[in-house]
Design a protein. Structure first.
Length: 556
């Protein structure tokens, strides 16, 4: 499948531009992108996408910016995001995506740090609050959606002659600077060349079996490496169709319209799917129906059709660990979820459990072809491949800190590799904390066990300075609807069962039920839905350090 653009020796690689010029020649009238607007699905052919990208390139050339200038994209996923990215490549510049949830502090840090010369603005999470934070002296272009203030609107910007030639880029040219989501502090600008990030995208087609006849949804943030590499860039190489989502409210409708053949999501959304299914079919009834052979198949098909996933042949999850109990639950209803692992610094291309193996649930899979993984002396997962980053932008000190002398990337994840080459993450080095007793606790495995309780939607185990660790939890919609006595009984049962398996210094002193959800909006989740542990600990310091007699505590 990869033979047309990457050779067996992994050295000959075509750029995304070269691939899109090919589709423009060979499949000009075929639908490539589908964008819903006001419930109408607008189709864009390869030729139309490339025509619009050429117009963007013309306008960028008109600005006479120095080669390699940084151009920002501050928007939710949409057709114009892809078009603009291609136009930036054609014009010889560097794209800098910014999460659509970014607040003023993060936005302005990225604008200053990357020295962004032009910012494309689209739909945002909180536009009323975000628009005023854009520097007034920065040149801006608004994507064609309502109520986006900017120096120039999209229709005016692309009202020009398209670029007539077809420029390509060198593989060692810098293609993009992707800023990390900042779960551990200030974002870092991860520099990727065409060679590094596109090597991952091109090779992913073989692992994910992504081809021209496939359909994928693009709804996870394109500012995040996983969506950028495994959806956008991979589609440039495969020529497969990409469907966008109009809004959060239309998500289910848009998935049903797409009928994706490949579906990638994140743990929190898989949990939401599970809760939605159980709201319609209680677990006791579902378990009974699944035991009846003929009925079981019908129930599975109905569930998959309701989700819009009846035609999907591959289901995947990434960004953060998905509780093994949830993976097992979905597998029982015919949705085998393959976990994968990667990070911004290695182009989201590290490991994958593809094809799905039920005996490896809890692992993040084995290394992709061309990726070398080892475990350091301190238990850290280290990775080396052609898709490792070039550097951290303007930060040689941090670049040197994260790379070993022999070129391995230090991931910050602790883990182990079994005899079959499957990798298991056991925690984050930075998340490991020391209790008052001087004992180290790794929170990740404990959190995974707590998540097996389907009442719990979010969990964070903390304990720095405490005699024993504690668990902060947020109940999901299902959990919140249960009588308080039921909630308390089940949480107490989880705590008792969990503590019976832990070493004495790891045993939880209590479970603390928090009153509100942790979200991107309240600053407790990154745009990729990871818990900002350091901020959570700081914000709820009084709760964490409080004195309690009950083993299940309710915070009002």
């Amino acid at each position: 499948m990869c033979a047309d653009f990457i050779a067996e020796d992994q050295q000959v690689l075509l750029t995304p531009l070269a691939m899109m010029y090919r589709w423009e020649r060979e499949r000009p009238d075929e639908t490539y992108l589908v964008q819903p607007v006001d419930a109408l699905y607008q189709s864009y052919s390869f030729s139309r996408i490339m025509d619009l990208a050429r117009r963007v390139a013309t306008r960028l050339d008109d600005l006479a910016l120095p080669a390699g200038s940084r151009i920002g994209i501050f928007a939710k996923n949409c057709v114009e995001w892809f078009i603009t990215d291609l136009g930036i490549m054609m014009a010889g510049h560097i794209s800098v995506p910014i999460f659509a949830s970014a607040g003023g502090e993060t936005l302005n840090f990225v604008i200053r740090h990357a020295d962004i010369k032009l910012l494309f603005v689209g739909k945002l999470d909180k536009p009323v609050l975000q628009h005023p934070t854009i520097p007034a002296n920065l040149r801006t272009v608004a994507f064609p959606y309502p109520d986006i203030p900017a120096g120039q609107q999209w229709e005016e910007f692309i009202d020009c002659a398209p670029m007539t030639d077809s420029p390509d880029r060198g593989l060692d040219d810098v293609m993009t600077i992707i800023y990390t989501s900042g779960s551990t502090g200030e974002p870092k600008g991860v520099v990727h060349s065409f060679r590094s990030v596109c090597w991952a995208a091109a090779n992913s087609l073989e692992a994910l079996t992504f081809c021209a006849s496939d359909r994928m949804m693009s709804y996870l943030p394109l500012a995040h490496i996983t969506e950028r590499v495994l959806v956008e860039l991979a589609s440039f190489y495969s020529g497969g169709k990409i469907y966008f989502v109009e809004s959060l409210d239309t998500f289910q409708r848009d998935v049903v319209h797409c009928q994706p053949t490949l579906f990638i999501s994140v743990p929190r959304l898989w949990t939401k799917f599970q809760q939605g299914i159980l709201a319609k079919i209680p677990q006791k009834k579902l378990s009974l129906l699944l035991k009846i052979p003929f009925i079981s198949s019908m129930v599975k098909n109905k569930i998959q059709q309701g989700l819009g996933l009846s035609q999907a042949r591959l289901f995947a999850s990434g960004s953060a660990p998905l509780a093994p109990a949830i993976i097992s639950w979905f597998n029982k209803i015919g949705i085998p979820i393959s976990e994968g692992w990667g990070m911004t610094e290695n182009s989201a291309y590290g490991t994958a459990c593809v094809p799905f193996r039920s005996d490896k649930i809890g692992c993040i899979g084995s290394a992709y072809r061309g990726v070398n993984i080892r475990i350091g002396e301190d238990g850290e997962i280290q990775v080396k491949s052609p898709c490792n980053m070039v550097e951290y932008y303007l930060d040689p000190v941090k670049t040197a800190e994260v790379l070993t002398p022999d070129g391995f990337l230090k991931t910050g994840d602790k883990g182990a590799i079994d005899n079959d080459g499957f990798v298991r993450i056991t925690g984050r080095l930075k998340d490991i904390f020391k209790t008052e007793k001087g004992k180290y606790v790794t929170p990740a495995p404990i959190e995974a066990r707590i998540m097996e309780n389907d009442l719990v939607e979010q969990v964070c185990v903390v304990g720095t300075g405490l005699p024993q660790p504690i668990a902060l939890v947020v109940l999901g919609e299902k959990g919140a609807l249960q009588p308080k006595l039921t909630q308390e009984t089940r949480l107490q049962s989880t705590l008792t069962a969990l503590n019976s398996t832990l070493e004495s210094h790891q045993k939880l002193d209590r479970i603390v039920v928090m009153p509100e959800e942790w979200t991107i909006e309240n600053g407790l989740l990154t745009p990729t839905l990871k818990v900002k542990r350091h901020i959570l600990e700081d914000k709820f310091r009084d709760v964490i350090m409080g004195s309690y007699t009950d083993s299940v505590v309710w915070v009002k």
